[in-house]
Design a protein around this ligand. Sequence first.
Ligand code: PLP
Length: 373
Amino acid sequence: MLEDWLAPKSAALEARGLTRRLRARAADDDLIDLAGNDYLGLARDPRVIEAAAEALHTWGTGSTASRLVTGTTALHEELETALAAYVGQESALVFSSGYLANLGVVTALGGPGTLLVSDEHIHASLVDACRLSRSRVEVAPHNDVEAVEKVLAERNEPHAVVMTESVFSVLSDAAPLTELAAVAEAHQALLLVDEAHGLGVTSGGRGSVHAAGLAGLDHVAVTMTLSKSMASQGGVVLGPALLREHLVNRSRPFIYDTGLNPAACAAALAALRVLEAEPDRPGRIHAATGRLATVFDVPLPAGPVVSIPMPGPQQAVQAADVCRLNGVRVGSFRPPSVPDGISRLRLTAHAGLSSHDLDRACDVIVEAIGQVS
Ligand SMILES: Cc1ncc(COP(=O)(O)O)c(C=O)c1O
């Protein structure tokens, strides 16, 4: 039965060069990594590992239940307080992933009385949140503040949420946060900013909402993942305490999901403490992206991702394969993960890259692109 059902789909993907394949990473491989999202280079930091190990010994291997039952520990509360203070928000609520944080906040605010206005480049987790929300959804052209204002002004719904990323995942360009916040405020809407690629990276690490002076405002909320700069797992919604209370009571992805593992909380907390103690780390990310952008002649990204357009999906995958065979791991973006259908190599800069490794990686990638193009 599945043969008739799924095999033609699989063959169609293969013919278009869009098949995705899992590849297990060896713990001790010595590839130069420009594919992972460990932006601050902390996933193997002894301080972070030690904090996670200590939490394992103290709390055991799991959180044992949902946050409202036994899944909240002192570590969850400490992490929420520390993160909120670091980025200047009144409160924070930890979810078990960034994906679920986005589902959790949007579905809890959504419904027939809420218009959701989404940027067309928004992350898949927010797209899925819109689909689950039972709200009317308007997709605005990328970074088009006027289009956002128009749909807000013309709406019949009493409530509205404008959704954007501070730094977009694929093109790594920045959203016009100040303008969006002004438009949201003028039309009694909430601005929800996904800072997955902003935390630990922009504004010295505190993110773009903080840099724009929007942190702590009543009509601005933020989501973050702990899986990138925070070297761990998990997600967070930050904003007014009233929003947090609403989520604790109404957010199904919060209520019906087992709480984040205490060891993951401890790792994120330790990573945050390292970032506070070593505020030069975000600057190292920007130095690396600057170098990559110059070598590959692409616009300087606002965030940690450098995207290099490729002729097609096959070439993107082949170039990544050639890089790997030559000691450099890079990612690739292919449809449906690209907002404009253009396949790309995805290079992530991280604070742990030495200039020698960066030089070597650039040479290998230039050669690989030449080979497949
Ligand atoms: C913009 C954005 N939002 C949300 C997520 C989801 O975060 P997580 O991996 O913690 O589920 C990601 C991560 O891939 C992302 O890039």
